[in-house]
Write a protein that binds this ligand. Sequence first.
Ligand code: HSE
Length: 402
Amino acid sequence: MINIAVLGYGTVGSGVVDVINTNKDIVNKKSGQEINIKYVLDLREFPGDPVMDILTHDYNDILNDPEVEVVAEVMGGVNPAYTFVKSALEAGKSVCTSNKELVAKHGPELIKIAKEHNRNFFFEASVGGGIPIIRPLNTSITADDVMEITGILNGTTNYILTKMSKEGLDFDTVLKEAQDLGYAERNPSADVDGFDACRKIAILTSLAYGKHVDFEDIYTEGITKITDTDFKYANILGTSVKLFGSAVKQDDKYYAYVAPVMIGNNHPLYAVNDVFNAIMVKGNVLGPVMFYGSGAGKLPTASAVVSDIVDAIKHLNDNVEVEWTEEKLSLTDFNESVKKFFVRVKATTELADVQNIFGQVEKIEAGVDGEYAFITDAMSEADFNSKVENLEGFITRIRVQD
Ligand code: HSE
């Protein structure tokens, strides 16, 4: 028998307990041991819930119990998760976490401590919910120079954009639905302003290149400026708008961003809807591969945490090497990044004036009163920003990727 502890009995924590109970025979067989949840840590009480028998409010009960071999940290947030996880690793326990904020900020340090103690720090559930992507990047895609990672990395925003696009629902109504379904972060700004996707692309990029990408260096724009009017144009054009997290290696430069992007129906991420996430990884010899599945939600995320617990048990006194050092990976200024732009302008703006600035663009009309749109050729962010300063009647812009 092997004893584990679960830190946090919220959406994911209760999912972890459910998955271990529901799939008891399977996870015991796969890990080669009977998994016993000895403690669940939470500040709250859960009257009537079987977890009450193993509930503790004091983390020291877990830290100081040498019988606890594996800790699942599913509380979220950097503090006190960081203190708890660090002390657990230093006490010689393996840790599995779904906490992307923690991993993006302290990943390399925690990986190093786990290695020093011949234990493991696993974080499969920190990116893409239930999608296996961390383990494939760490152990499968090792023969390639990764040229690009582009993903729909946030379930809440993909759910919102899909409902806005297909059902014409307004932003606030759909956000409330996503919260009720357990997809959204406690502070939904983390989802809708792109911060959650930013941490996730920082984690994936760090793993792909083995050096630390500081999430604060990544240009990040959320979906709060996307409206149903944008989708009227997208529908006419046969395109969609998705929140991308992307990292590209080009001529030994690294570019990364999070932003809404208009994509055509032949783009591999076009059909990724609702709470689903997908990550496309392009290797220089492998070409593109795709990972697809539920990007948020109690059971899919818990499934990834429990798969880490199984792996931690299989490698109890055997550190699985994770190449992610504290050395920083420098990102190139986002202003140098090149894209096409979809631009909406007021109807009072003469097309000739637009063409004077942007060249021979075509007028796009979607039956929206008082405005029209156009799509530019590819240009740098800096170039676009300086041109748009001279554009009378500018309403908004969305980056375009073919
Ligand atoms: N709020 C996150 C999302 C949860 O919507 O993707 C999973 O990380």
